[in-house]
Ligand binder design. Structure first.
Ligand SMILES: Nc1nc2c(c(=O)[nH]1)N[C@H]1C(S)=C(S)[C@@H](COP(=O)(O)OP(=O)(O)OC[C@H]3O[C@@H](n4cnc5c(N)ncnc54)[C@H](O)[C@@H]3O)O[C@H]1N2
Ligand code: MOO
Length: 407
């Protein structure tokens, strides 16, 4: 048994989970995803690529910013016109928003600030130099840093890359994952339950949360408590997927095969851990075999949920380039007191978090048994409890298990 504290387990698992090699994606074919960019990206062009009119109105020369005499309208330019008509002193060029500013334009006078008198305009106020012109490269210059490594390739980022003329970016490869669900008592699909049987549940939240972060669930396999078949199913995935997630059989009973099967397949590969001082979720076995990380989580759905969100998912996110992952990244106020049995385990409670009067506030669920699953539908967070007693208003670390605000 290799038992670690929660923080030791976090470090051990994170250090096994190096980012996967990047692959290049075409920015114009990329769909918004949680994939992360694997290097700093610079702008390919000046942005905007030319001095640009920001208002519909009239471009004027520097000598006419406070002209009291009429300025003759000498031409017009629309967005997309390639010809940057020059502007002379005493003249105005009609411009549309998004058009190239004429050569020599010192400002664009929005049309509300000028009276049109035949083929001339008269300014209604003094115009500031540079008014309503966005200069070439003012947003970002060609070659300047645009996006930092590790940034998600989502819709907002794709917009920036496109605008800046970046055609391809390297992104960390999506983590490929196999889920092996073990247990003689488990039934799936439309099967009705026999005596002593339960429906397999945990793989549903595993698969859903993994696809939310952009990982690829290669397959989900249901296995009996049989040493040989568990060994065989692990072995055939080593080197073919980046992570194998087992559930069930992670504890110490004589039909709990996860540790023995992983050890048998691993041979000389050292075990990172087989238990963590955390409740629920203490039976957690982690071993890297070749290029594959193998995690065996508890069968109890609530324990599996806690292990997955607090330790396993952050490791998978790190493999996909989230290098800033932190175990419980926020703090919340407790709405109610908490009293716990003195134990050396860190307790991780399922909670419901909400904004109350502008303050993030969490209520721990009443039912915290590791065998109870019904509360998972309403929980949106896990809170970390290192002490035995807390008062209402105390603050504790929290992580969100679903997008905050979607509960
Ligand atoms: N003598 C000891 N017994 C146990 C210990 C211990 O230290 N000494 N640890 C306990 C703790 S803590 C936990 S948590 C459980 C973990 O057990 P396993 O990981 O071996 O899981 P199983 O025994 O296979 O299953 C536990 C429970 O969950 C049900 N289950 C399993 N898989 C699923 C699934 N996919 N969906 C829904 N429900 C599932 C299963 O039927 C069992 O009821 O061990 C304690 N024992
Ligand atoms: O891992 Mo267990 O959930 O502490 O009963």
């Amino acid at each position: 048994m290799k038992i670690l504290t929660f923080d030791e387990a976090w470090m051990a698992i994170q250090s096994l989970s190096a980012p996967l090699p990047p692959e290049w994606v075409d920015v114009w074919k990329a769909t918004a995803s949680k994939r992360r960019i694997a290097q700093n990206v610079v702008s390919a062009i000046d942005l905007p690529p030319f001095d640009r009119a920001m208002m519909d109105g009239f471009a004027i020369a520097a000598s006419d910013l406070d002209a009291t005499e009429p300025l003759r309208i000498s031409g017009a330019v629309a967005a997309g016109d390639p010809d940057p008509t020059a502007i002379a002193s005493g003249a105005a060029v009609r411009v549309r928003t998004g058009a190239m500013a004429p050569m020599g334009a010192a400002a664009v006078v929005r049309q509300e600030w000028a009276d049109v008198e035949g083929d001339a305009i008269r300014l209604l106020q003094r115009i500031r130099p540079g008014e309503s012109i966005q200069r070439r490269g003012e947003d970002v210059a060609a070659g300047a840093q645009l996006i930092a490594s590790g940034h998600p390739l989502d819709g907002q980022t794709i917009a920036v890359l496109r605008a800046a003329g970046v055609m391809q970016v390297p992104v960390y490869r999506a983590c490929r994952i196999a889920i092996l669900v073990t247990g003689n008592e488990l039934r799936t699909g439309q099967e009705s339950l026999g005596v002593g049987q339960v429906y397999a549940a945990s793989d549903a939240f595993l698969a859903a949360s993994l696809s939310e972060v952009g990982a690829i669930v290669d397959d989900i396999v249901y296995l009996p408590d049989d040493f040989k078949s568990i060994c065989g199913e692990i072995e055939r995935r080593i080197g073919r997927v980046d992570c194998v997630l087992l559930t069930g059989g992670a504890s110490v009973g004589d039909t709990d095969y996860a540790l023995r099967a992983i050890s048998s397949v691993a041979g000389e590969h050292p075990i990172a851990m087989s238990r963590v001082w955390m409740r629920p979720g203490s039976p957690l076995i982690v071993r890297r075999i070749g290029t594959t990380n193998v995690f065996a989580m508890s069968g109890n759905p609530a324990a599996c949920f806690v292990q997955f969100h607090s330790l396993v998912l952050p490791a998978i996110r790190r493999m996909m380039g989230d290098l800033a992952a932190h175990p419980f990244p926020y703090r919340t106020t407790l709405a109610e007191p908490v009293r716990l049995k003195p134990l050396k385990h860190v307790r991780v409670h399922r909670a419901t978090a909400n904004w109350q009067g502008g303050v993030l506030t969490a209520v721990a669920q009443a039912q915290q048994s590791s065998g109870s699953i019904s509360g998972l539908a309403s929980t949106n967070a896990l809170i970390r409890l290192d002490e035995d007693r807390y008062g209402a208003g105390d603050t504790v670390p929290i992580l969100f298990t679903r997008c905050f605000g979607e509960s």
